[in-house]
Design a protein around this ligand. Sequence first.
Ligand code: B12
Length: 307
Amino acid sequence: MDFKSIKDNLLKALAGEHFRVSTISTERVPLLTDEIASLYDKGDLNGKLYHFYLKRFDRSAALKLPGAKYLIIVAIPQLKEEVEFKSNGVKFFLPVPPTYNYRVDETVSRILRSHLQDRGYRICKARIPLKLAAARSGLARYGRSNISFIEGLGSYYRLVAFYTDFPGFDDQWCKPLMVEKCETCTACLKRCPTQAISKDRFLILADRCLTFLNESKEDFPEWLDNNIHHSLIGCLRCQEVCPLNKPFKNQKIKKRSFSESETGELLAANAHVAPRESVASKLDRLGLKDDLYIVSRNLKEYLHRLE
Ligand code: B12
């Protein structure tokens, strides 16, 4: 099969799952990583943010996949998942925002394997600044909230990227753009419960972002108002208030419910006591199997709010 047919068939299969796709040359990978590192060097990024999340981005595609030619960037539409809990006879729901459930990456991987790997090309998951890659390849545009947006999906999608040595793609490199409507809208800025989005700075103040705080194992800072917790992990406020997300914001998948005893186990979880299989497998299905401590701590924090 010629390059064009392989590429067209692959793109068709990904589009069949409603995934959006772009490709760039792997020569761009160091540029992406350097762009982030230079922000840190200039003092524009919080040290913890850089060391915990950003420092480990791939410096070169070849180190991961020798002979890699292209980076395939995929946006996977994803809705929030509403999770039911029960404590002291009271039922309550907490959402898991879109993008935490990484299990869907396997669908992308399966499609790439059947269209590329089965024809002798290799693929390998990439660890890169995904928003920047999506914006630099024209797949997405930045919003004022600093999340990226795609026409028809809002910001409710998960990004994932793979390297391949298949030579038949295009280098879709361009200047990152901002969503035009964000130029005159301040909805996310006003709604952010911790003032992490500011008028005079495009980048968010990551160390103020509720997500940064509740994804971390560290204690919450003194200044954080406990009443603002509303998700099992992360935060939904800047996305839910965004006019571009209006069609999607009330759509949710109600997937898991934890019984009273399972909720109790989650609340009591610690590093020494593994939860029973049913609890572990429900966390796994939510894409949170490695986040037991954080889920437990966040759940407790939310319950304090109800007291
Ligand atoms: C670190 C990180 C965080 C940190 C820092 C967030 C941040 N804004 O960078 C924390 C923990 C706070 C976080 C929070 C969230 N995150 Co996060 N996060 C990441 C991660 C690991 C890296 C992002 C990154 O590179 N940040 C560094 C900054 C500097 O990069 P950047 O914002 O792209 O910076 C560029 C732009 O600002 C641009 N720029 C600068 N000035 C200007 C001016 C103009 C006009 C323009 C156009 C551009 C521009 O240039 C910069 C580069 O030079 C990615 C996964 C990945 N591997 O990439 C997920 C990721 C970005 N997160 C994601 C999500 C969904 C979230 C949350 C919504 C989760 C939630 N529901 O709670 C929140 C949103 C917070 C927010 N408002 O941004 C998704 C985004 C999907 C999407 N639709 O865009 C990603 C891609 C995860 C995924 N696999 O899908 N996250």
